[in-house]
Design a protein around this ligand. Structure first.
Ligand SMILES: *Cc1c(COP(=O)(O)O)cnc(C)c1O
Length: 343
């Protein structure tokens, strides 16, 4: 049987033998009691990497983002984010349901916006308007096509937010992709943020788990919400060991994913009927459209050839490179697309 090339998401990775060995050998304890040494080590290590005082381990990125909203906003207040932001389009309306928070969206470029864009949605305080309390920066922008935010843009957005009394949260699901792609230490992106979450199950390839980092006070409060939402765990060190393994072994190699995505984009561009969304700078995400044939027929034909892509928006296709996709897989995917488009 031909090998399946799954480009649907960078969450599709399965832990390899070395990561599994690290997990199997992990020292564990009761995480709810703060007694799991591996979880504690992961929290300390991540807090240091992003330059924050404290951190808490959580089962998912969605929970991390939703706890951040709860920390920074009160009911009736608003969070501000780009229109394609995960926290707005892919978290089941959690901000409204869990925190009573409304969302003000703005239009960025490839998911990234500037201080001027933020200013344009900030109204003079009034009894009538929802009070903006939080701005969310998604590093990299997922549905914007893996765009990394330049550090200066984050700084300017954060300064503008601060002047207007808003807190800043970084959704760092792919923070390390941005760091590797731009050569900027993760900590520098986070310097201006009150809280930041990083994910271990995206490009880093761990089975699951995220860490939310911030001031000691913010993280103490985050623990309360983690407990309430059912995110407090027991011998979670088994999972945290996979995340620690990923920090040791899977960060620098993100550059390979970025190179594979570039090769994929360049190859797709040469295939008639494929329109790759042009972008100045990308990481491990490629967005494209199929011209002149229905998207689902195209995706179905590729599936028959062992290549899986994801859907995005009404007609777009999304491909993500990751740990379980090598150069030969990219070549195979390109050959399959060519075959389908020529057939
Ligand atoms: C995946 C993702 C999340 C949520 O992570 P889960 O672990 O799937 O809950 C949040 N933000 C962005 C940008 C993501 O890509």
């Amino acid at each position: 049987m031909t090998r399946l090339v799954d480009l649907t998401s960078d969450t599709k990775t399965r832990p390899g033998p070395a990561m599994r060995r690290a997990m199997a050998g992990a020292e564990v304890g009761d995480e709810q009691y703060g007694e799991d040494p591996t979880v504690e080590a992961l929290c300390r290590r991540t807090a240091e990497l992003v330059g924050k005082e404290a951190a808490v381990f959580l089962p998912s990125g969605t929970m991390a983002n939703q706890i951040a909203v709860r920390l920074h906003c009160r009911p009736g207040e608003a969070l501000v984010c780009e229109r394609s932001a995960h926290i707005h389009v892919a978290e089941a309306g959690g901000a409204a349901a869990i925190s009573g928070v409304t969302t003000l969206t703005l239009d960025g470029r490839d998911g990234v916006f500037a201080a001027a864009d933020l200013r344009s949605v900030l109204r003079p305080p009034s009894r009538h308007v929802p009070r903006p309390a939080l701005v969310v920066v998604e590093q990299t922008s997922n549905f914007g096509g893996g765009t990394p935010w330049p550090q200066d843009d984050i700084g300017e957005v954060a300064d503008t937010a601060r002047e207007a009394g808003l807190a800043v949260h970084i959704d760092g699901a792919r923070l390390f992709n941005a760091s590797v792609a731009t050569g900027t230490p993760a900590e520098r992106f986070c310097r201006h943020a009150d809280t930041v979450y990083v994910d271990f199950t995206k490009g880093l390839g761990a089975p699951f788990g995220s860490v939310l980092a911030g001031s000691a006070q913010a993280i103490a409060e985050a623990w309360r919400w983690k407990q309430m939402l059912g995110g407090a765990m027991r011998q979670a060190g088994i999972v945290a060991a996979g995340a620690l393994y990923a920090l040791d072994n899977n960060v620098a190699r993100l550059a390979d994913d970025h190179e594979n995505a570039r090769v994929l984009a360049v190859g797709l561009e040469t295939i008639p009927g494929i329109a790759v969304t042009p972008r100045r700078f990308s990481t491990n995400i490629v967005l494209f459209e199929v011209v002149g044939r229905p998207r689902d027929a195209f995706l179905g034909a590729l599936r028959e050839r062992g290549v899986l892509f994801g859907r995005v928006g009404a007609g777009g296709v999304r491909a993500l490179t990751h740990l379980d996709v090598g150069r030969a897989d990219i070549e195979a995917a390109l050959a399959a697309v060519k075959d389908v488009m020529e057939g």
